[in-house]
Write a protein that binds this ligand. Structure first.
Ligand code: ZN
Length: 122
């Protein structure tokens, strides 16, 4: 998937080392939004980390299946998992925006109530 967003601040990008450390968390779906976003972005732009992820995915998801003799297409499964995570990130971002809007509405309602209250006393 190609996205043409404007790159954000440097602080939101990760190094190979950080990526490597986060692979187990990624595979367990335990990365928070910002970390997941940075992780996926590094994955898109880094061939050696794509290889590293494939290797760790083999260990994480492949080995148990080898034992049961189940046939599988590792790369296809990994691609599908990455797509799932991408979709999850997008949904989370939408949820985040919705929560923010709700918060603003609540705040506005509270301000309105306060203003109305003050006006009643005048
Ligand atoms: Zn890398």
């Amino acid at each position: 998937m190609k996205t043409n967003f404007i790159p954000r601040a440097e602080g939101n990008s990760i190094t190979h080392k950080q990526f490597e450390k986060q692979i187990p968390l990624f595979l367990e779906d335990r990365l928070a939004n910002r970390a997941l976003e940075a992780f996926l972005r590094h994955l898109d732009s880094c061939g050696s980390c794509q290889d590293e992820l494939s290797i760790q995915f083999l260990v994480f998801a492949g080995m148990p299946k080898l034992e049961t003799g189940e046939t599988f297409n590792l790369q296809k499964e990994l691609d599908a998992y990455i797509q799932t995570e991408r979709g999850r990130l997008r949904r989370r971002e939408h949820l985040g925006a919705a929560a923010f809007i709700l918060e603003v509405i609540t705040l506005a309602a509270m301000v309105m109530a306060a203003v109305t209250g003050i006006m009643l006393f005048m």
